[in-house]
Design a binder for this molecule. Sequence first.
Ligand code: BGC
Length: 407
Amino acid sequence: MTVLRDDFIWGAATAAHQVEGDNIASDFWAVEHSPARLLPEKSGSACDSFHRYREDIRLAAAGGLKAYRFSIEWARIEPADGEFSRAALLHYRDMIDACHEYGLEPIITLHHFTCPLWFALGGGIQRADAADRFAAYVRYVSEILHDVHWIVTINEPNILNLMSGMTAVIGKSAEELRAAGLASTDQRAALPAPSLELAPKLIAMHAAARAVLRQSVPDAQVGWALAAQAFTPTPGNEEVFEQVFHQWEGVYLDATAEDDFIGVQAYTSQPVDASGPVPHPDSPDNTLTGWAYRPDALGINLRRYWERCGKPLLVTENGIATADDARRIAYTTEALRGLIAAVADGADVRGYCHWSLLDNYEWGRWEPTFGLIAVDRERDFARTPKPSLAWLGRIAAENAASLEPGA
Ligand code: BGC
């Protein structure tokens, strides 16, 4: 017996810039190469998934997974302002075909943090025509999405909000950055809150993409995926919590009224005190991204989003940065128990995508490894599935029955 739906989706996720390699027309590539060397490491050839995607898809299927969430890279589709690449479009169509050939449901993200450099240099999401330009890209891509059932317009608009400031570093030296008061921000705990002023820009981009998709792919489930922070109020600070929640998540949740589902991405949890989110304390238990070890974050978020929106939920990311694969299995076991309990209490959860299929480029660093599969980037890009992949495949095969209470 399992409380999960018979058609519950079990998958793993990646994002183009983090695995493809040589994403040279993107803004993040330019950030990586800016003279100030703000980021400790570059993406380079990444996992070379741009060429090895069939192997990645084959391994995911062989491991027992049923879905692959990946992103289409705008910077490859439209590398120069108004110039669309037919070859890049067909590349992504072949990824969809490969998913179908191997029996995986493709879950497509249209924007995962990176923008074409030309778009970013023109002001990025703050451009007056941001929504129109994004919609034009989505319109071009929609030609290959006719048989795709799940589409995420924008990955984590609440974090993209923060990252949009990064293009200010492009071409600048360390001295110029210091003079401009720009500092390194590679740990979420240290991030400022997302700007409420930018939120409407992102919401307009999402709405414009959704409108295009409603016309061109009317049968697809369309939504966006939020970085769910599982903030919890400390006693007496419920009002501060509500403000913080609104700024980080609520404003983006409110924009899902016309969506088909909400993508939930959960990793950790932070208490909120009178001055806001409490930074993760130093602890030997912290993960390789410096975040508190909180597998309960997933359940907290699923319950909260269900209570607040009553809309179908799809876990589009959940995982842990660790070099110890047994810890990955332990974390995921607890997270899935939280998911099952939320479903037993009524939450409509349609699926679970683990982050990540591969050890990939963690936005400036390679050390935090989230993958179910290791990649030898120094030599030949050989893939080595970790025990966690087969473990998740077994959980998928039994629809997590062994994780049910009393099983
Ligand atoms: C992002 C991924 C990232 C992961 C771990 C999410 O914020 O969507 O791109 O690698 O979390 O930090």
